[in-house]
Design a protein around this ligand. Structure first.
Ligand SMILES: [Zn+2]
Length: 75
């Protein structure tokens, strides 16, 4: 599975069967290698996790830019 998870609140935004989705179709090909390294992580079960920001957190960070410094406030 390829899962899109908000790096701030942990909400799963989307999940795809990795056999049906290519990286190109997910838009990952537009990222630089460094960006991919910082966004994509792999879980022990083989899932690929894209650490993104959900609409709610994006809005919250826009209002309070200092929140962006807290990558995992819930942990
Ligand atoms: Zn969020």
């Amino acid at each position: 599975m390829i899962r899109y998870v908000c790096k701030h609140c942990g909400t799963q935004l989307a999940a795809f069967d990795s056999n049906q989705q290519t990286e190109a179709s997910l838009g990952l090909q537009s990222l630089t290698h460094e960006e991919r390294d910082s966004i994509i992580t792999f879980e022990s079960n083989g899932d690929m996790v894209a650490n993104v920001i959900c609409e709610y957190c994006e809005e919250a960070v826009a209002r309070n830019p200092e929140l962006s410094l807290l990558s995992n406030p819930l942990q």
